[in-house]
Design a protein around this ligand. Structure first.
Ligand code: HEC
Ligand code: HEC
Length: 288
């Protein structure tokens, strides 16, 4: 190709590159000086970066860099900083009683943060993320407690669990009145009707199933069906049903019994974590 003659743009007098599109010609202006300066700075910066940081792939990994920086080390440093901050609280937290934690704003906040995280990891699978429960798992937000809503009671429930075979657990259970032949099917139907009726009319002494209730149920659920937290026997007069309020639900409860289970947490979670969970659950609403 023959070398083209230099051509000048008529308006600006600047040399053109010879590229032309439909009459538009490209001018051969030099790069602006500021742009060149920035460009060279980035080159120098990248050389510096290659030297001090891991940069070039090698067969076994990458060049180390003169600072020996690794993301793992950075994480460890951040962890150590968090641990140091936590330790300050941990020491006080470990020795403080549940009541003290509740009334100390700093410790309370610490417990809430830790408790919420531990709840998500360990409890939400059964009790739901908002601790609202579902199906056979109780709602922990209301002030209806099977085993008691004081700090001490919640702490015991979480530590040892429910009907899991551990000696310290809450182990009392409702008999399976039908399955074990204590009551007939007809009697179960009647007493189920009676129990459902409690929500409307209270404990009705004139109901034909009153005697069945008095003989078989009062020992645990109480004279006025108010329940007994030492036995985990729910209040049957409060219109809150764990296992459903339809006649077939209630009959099934009485026939087979339910006896929900919850795992032991002592030994699996640290004592501190269990205390945090206790304060968290207590705060959800309805803590006594
Ligand atoms: C495997 C399922 C399961 C897991 C996991 C679980 N729970 Fe439970 N939890 C239950 C069941 C079922 C009950 C009700 C048992 C009953 O009927 O008495 C219960 C009851 C409770 C109660 C008593 C409520 C009351 O009314 O007295 C508390 C408090 C509680 N759980 C807290 C927790 C905490 C905190 C965790 C996490 C460390 C947790 N649970 C993990 C199944 C579970
Ligand atoms: C030995 C104590 C005991 C006796 C006796 C007993 N219960 Fe229960 N009952 C319980 C316990 C404990 C629970 C809770 C089970 C659970 O949470 O899994 C329960 C739960 C129930 C529930 C479920 C409530 C809900 O919220 O869904 C009903 C209904 C019930 N009982 C009715 C009866 C009736 C009717 C009788 C008498 C025929 C009776 N119970 C006798 C201990 C007892």
């Amino acid at each position: 190709m023959a070398k083209k003659q230099k051509k000048l743009d008529e308006v600006s007098g600047v040399e053109t590159t010879g590229h032309e599109w439909d009459g538009l010609e490209e001018l051969n202006n030099p790069m602006p000086r500021w742009w060149l300066i920035v460009f060279f700075i980035t080159i120098v910066w990248s050389l510096w970066y290659w030297v001090i940081y891991p940069a070039w792939p090698t067969i076994s990994g990458a060049t180390e860099g003169s600072m020996k920086w690794t993301s793992k080390k950075e994480l460890q440093e951040q962890r150590a900083e968090i641990d140091a901050r936590k330790e300050k609280f941990e020491k006080r937290f470990k020795t403080a009683s549940l009541e003290e934690i509740k009334s100390d704003p700093e410790l309370f906040q610490y417990a809430m943060a830790g408790g919420q995280a531990a709840f998500r990891d360990n409890c939400a699978a059964c009790h739901g993320t908002g601790a609202t429960g579902n199906g056979q798992f109780p709602n922990l937000n209301d002030d209806d407690w099977l085993w008691g809503g004081s700090l001490e009671q919640i702490h015991k429930t979480i530590s040892y669990g429910i009907r899991n075979g551990n000696d310290e657990a809450h182990n009392s259970a409702m008999p399976a009145f039908g399955k074990d032949g204590i009551l007939t099917k007809d009697q179960i139907k009647e007493v189920a009707e009676f129990v459902i009726n409690i929500n409307k009319n209270g404990v009705d002494k004139n109901h034909k199933a009153y005697q069945l209730f008095a003989d078989n149920c009062v020992a645990c659920h109480g004279k006025n069906a108010e329940g007994n937290q030492d036995l985990g026997a729910p209040n049957l007069a409060d219109a809150i049903w764990l296992y459903g309020s339809e006649p077939e639900n209630v009959m099934q409860t009485i026939f087979y019994s339910r006896n929900g289970k919850m795992p032991v947490w002592k030994g699996r979670l640290s004592d501190s974590t269990i205390k945090q969970l206790t304060v968290y659950v207590h705060s959800l609403g309805g803590g006594n």
